[in-house]
Ligand binder design. Sequence first.
Ligand code: NAD
Length: 495
Amino acid sequence: MKVIKNYVHGKEQSTSKKLIDVYDPSKGEPCARVALSNNQDFEIALKSSISSQLEWSKQTPLKRSRILAKYKSLIERDTDKLAEIISIEHGKTLEDAKGSITRGLEVVEFAVGIPHLLKGEFSQNVGSNIDSWSIRQPLGVCAGVTPFNFPAMVPMWMFPISIACGNSFILKPSEKDPSCSLKLAELFSEAGLPDGVFNVVQGDKEVVDMILNSSQIKSISFVGSTPVAKYIYKEAAKNLKRVQSLGGAKNHLVVMPDANLDQAVDGIIGAAYGSAGERCMAVSVAVAVGEIADKLVNKIHTKSQSLKVGPWSHNDSEMGPVISKEHKEKIEQYIEQGVKEGALLLEDGRKIKIQGYENGYFLGPTLFDKVKENMSIYKEEIFGPVLSVIRVKDYDSAVGLINDHQYGNGTSIYTSNGDIARHFTTNIKIGMVGVNVPIPVPMAFHSFGGWKESLFGDYAMHGEEGVRFYTQLKTTTSRWPENIISGPEFKMPTN
Ligand code: NAD
C-alpha cells in the first residue's frame, strides 16, 4: 500500500517507521498509510525551512508574486486531480471538493498582490529634516496545523500569504487526509518556489508539540476543534509565539416570519447537509421565529428526504460519508442523546444503507424539531448531517439564543425587513454574519474568523489580517543631512 511521506526541501522523504492507515470513507477501508514524523524528520524539515527563508526573504515581492501567479495557473490546471485526491480520502463530492479548491485559490490570487499589500507608510518631516516610515518584514519560519475537513482550502488560507510575505512555511496537515498537501507542495515547486520554502510534515500531536516547542518557529496558525485550539493557543503563548487558533462552531440560521421561505429552505438544506455537515460554517441550528415554524419544518423535512447520499464517484451524489467510523459512531450517539433528551426526531439518518458501499461511513440527513437550549445536540458541535430546529416566539429571543451560545463562528438571518437585518448585523455577537445568504464565508480579500470559542488570538485568517499576522512592523526615524548638530537633548522632542 502507498506510504504518504513528508515533502521537505523539494522531495518526498521520511525516516519514520510509525505508519497509520488512511481511509477511504466511502468504502470504509484503508487506501494508503501515512508516516507520522519523528524528531529526526522534524529537525530535517526545520533546518530546510530556516536556511531557505534567509534567501527567500531577499527575493523582491514582485518575484515572489510571479511565482504565486504561476502557482495559481498550475492549481487551475490540476484542479480535477486535486479534487479527486480530496474526495478519495475525505469522501466529499467532486463538485464540492472543486469548490473548496477555488476558495483556496482565491487566497493565492490575493497573495499575488503582495507588492501592493506590503507597501509601507511614509511621513516626511515628522521633525525638521526628519522622516519616518513603517514597513512590514517577515517573521521567519511559520507553521500551520490544519483539520481534515478542508485539506486544500484551510492550508491555503495560511501558506500563500505567509510565503508571499517572505516567510518559509511548515504545514502539518490532518493525518486523516494527508495526500492533498503533497500535491499542493509539488505544484508550488513546479511553479518555481525554491526548495524548503514550503515544507509538509505529516503526523499527529507528537509533531504538533515539536512545532509548539521549537523556538525557531515564530508563529503558528491552527484550525480545528475547540479543545485543541485552546491547547495550541496556550502552548504557543507559553513558548512566546505569535498564534491564531480557530476552533469549532454551532452556526444558527434565523428564519423570520417575513422571510422568503423557499429561499430560506434551500439555504438551510445546502448549508446543513452539504459536505455531510462537516464544515465549520455548516448550519446546524435553524431558528424558526413565530408562526413560520410549522411551514418551515415541513418544507425542510420534505426536501431532506430527497437528498441523494452516496459516494463521490457517483455523479448524482449530493452528500458523501462522514470522515471515519469513530466519527460516525459519535454522531449516532448524539442522535440517540437528542431522542433521550426529548427532541422530536423527524428524520433519522442512521437508517441509511448505500448499496455496494455497506462499509462506508454514511449517515443520512437527520432532522430534529422542538430542540431546547439545554439539550446536548444544541449546546455542542456535532459536525455531521444533523440539523436542529429550535422554535422561538420573537426576534429578540433568536438574538438572545445566538449571543448566549458558546460558539461565535457564523450566523445568518432570512428576512425581508431591512431594519431587522441591520439590527441583526450590528448586534449579533458572531464573527461572520449573513443576510439572506446561508453560509457567509468571507472572500480572500476580507478575513475569516469567528468570535468566542471559535477563535483564540488577535488575527483572523487571510485578507489584510493575514498579512499583518505573517509580518512584523518596523518603523524607522531618519535625519538627513548629517551635518546638522544641535547638541544633546534631554527632554522629549515636541517638533
Ligand atoms: P482536530 O482538532 O481533531 O484536528 C485538527 C488538527 O490538530 C489536526 O492536524 C490534528 O492532527 C491536530 N491535533 C489533533 N489533536 C491534537 C492534540 N491533542 N494536540 C495537538 N494537535 C492535535 O479537528 P478535526 O477533527 O481535524 O477537524 C474538525 C474540527 O475543525 C471541527 O471542530 C470544526 O469546526 C473545526 N474547523 C474549524 C474551522 C474554522 O474556521 N473555525 C474550519 C474548519 C474546521
